[in-house]
Design a protein around this ligand. Sequence first.
Ligand code: GNR
Ligand code: NI
Length: 204
Amino acid sequence: MRALARSFAQMARTAEQPGRTVQVPKQPLAEPPLPIHTLGDRVLRTPAKRIGKVDDAVRELVRDMLRSMYTAKGIGLAAPQVGVHKQLLVIDLDPENPASPPLVLINPEIRSFGSGLDSYEEGCLSIPGVYLDVVRPSTVEVNYRDEMGRPRRLKADGLLGRCIQHEMDHLNGVLFVDRVTDELSLNSELQEHGFQRGDVQSIR
Ligand code: GNR
Ligand code: NI
C-alpha cells in the first residue's frame, strides 16, 4: 500500500513537471492566450534580446506562442508579436497535420543567404488583411538552438525560407511592409485595412 501510494505520488509529480516537449494540440482556442500586437504598436519595433538559458519558462512561452499561432491561423509567430522581447520564433507550415511537429528557433542567426531572389505575396498576423509582394533571397542558412537548447543548423528554401526570414525580421523590429517596393499597392492596401502609412519604415 505504501509502495502503491508512493507510486501515485510520483505519477502526480511527473504529470506536474513541465514537459521536455513543447507540443500542444493544433486546435484553435476561443482566443489566443497571448494577444498579438499590430502595426503602429511600438513593441513591434523593439529589437529582441538573446535568450541566455533555454529552461522550462522558455518552453512554457513556446507553448503559449504555438497556441496563439494555431488560434490566429498563422504559419509563424515571433515573440515580439506577443510583446516579448526575446529572440524566439515558432513556425508550422502544416498546421492542419497533427503528426508534423512545429519548428522552434531560439537565438537564430543567419549564416548565409543564397544568391537568388524570389518575389512572394506575404501576410502578417500583426497587419491583418494586408497581403503584398516582397522580394527576398530564395534560400537561407540559419544557426539556432532548439527547445532543448541544442545547437542546430538549417538550410531552407521555398515557403520555409520565406517564413524564417519574415520571422527573423520581427526579431529586429522589421515588418514585411517595410520591404515592399510597390508604393501604390502599399498605400492602398494599408488604407483599405485601416493602417497608417506613417507606421511603415520603408527600407531602401
Ligand atoms: O501566417 C503567416 N503567413 C505568411 C505568409 C507569407 C509569408 C510570411 C508569413 S508569416 C505569417 C505569420 C506571421 O505574421 N508571422 O510573423
Ligand atoms: Ni509577421
